[in-house]
Design a protein around this ligand. Structure first.
Ligand SMILES: CC(C)(COP(=O)(O)OP(=O)(O)OC[C@H]1O[C@@H](n2cnc3c(N)ncnc32)[C@H](O)[C@@H]1OP(=O)(O)O)[C@@H](O)C(=O)NCCC(=O)NCCS
Length: 181
């Protein structure tokens, strides 16, 4: 099976240029991440790598045929103030278009959630935002236990100038005294 060829590893700052290239490619296709390609800057990528390494998780998948290429990445980190010390936010996942719908996203996200569940007991809540039209991503997150928590009307303005809602989604750790369960 295709997905058995892919493996997940931790990312680090030396992956900066590979991750930037991946984000530029994904951003060039509208409908996925919020940024456009020219907004995927060194500062943007360096900033999320450093924050994830400092107080979060950042994972990557290499191209099995070319380890110099990163074909998928996910990151999330704590917002940085004490009241949110139990929260991972700013979660973003991207899979290179040539490798989508082959199970890579699922492998990467499952690894992220396993890591959070087992190695970050302090994290009780994980949050992200997906635009309403990104039904694929919303369905994807729901399979991992994320729930839509509302609608931020007219928050996103697409390339055509059309406004659409952003959907905040959250995962809450289940356990005694925590979360709805
Ligand atoms: C969303 C994204 C991360 C999914 O990664 P992927 O590698 O393509 O997804 P997978 O192949 O692992 O599929 C996992 C699940 O996603 C769903 N999915 C994937 N492709 C789909 C499609 N074309 N239509 C409907 N559902 C689809 C399925 O539910 C699948 O679960 P299954 O195993 O039960 O079939 C990827 O498409 C992506 O990077 N998109 C662009 C960036 C983006 O939108 N990021 C999220 C911003 S909020």
């Amino acid at each position: 099976m295709m997905e058995t060829r892919y493996s997940v590893r931790k990312a680090n700052l030396s992956d900066l240029h590979k991750i930037k290239a991946l984000y530029r490619t994904v951003a060039a296709l509208s409908g996925g991440i919020a940024r456009e390609a020219d907004e995927v800057t060194w500062d943007y990528v360096r900033n999320f790598i450093e924050k994830s390494l400092g107080a979060g998780v950042i994972l990557a998948v290499e191209n099995p045929l070319d380890p110099e290429e990163i074909i998928a990445e996910v990151h999330t980190y704590t917002p940085g103030i004490k009241v949110f010390a139990h929260v991972f936010g700013d979660l973003t996942i991207v899979v290179h278009p040539d490798h989508q719908e082959k199970g890579v996203g699922k492998l990467l996200f499952a690894t992220l959630m396993e890591e959070i569940e087992s190695r970050h007991p302090e994290i009780v809540r994980v949050e992200l935002i997906a635009r309403e039209s990104n039904e694929k991503a919303i369905r994807f997150y729901k399979k991992f236990g994320f729930k839509a928590e509302g609608r931020l009307e007219n928050r996103i303005c697409g390339k055509t100038g059309k406004l659409e809602a952003d959907i905040p989604m959250g995962w809450v750790r289940q356990g005694p005294g925590q979360g709805p369960g």
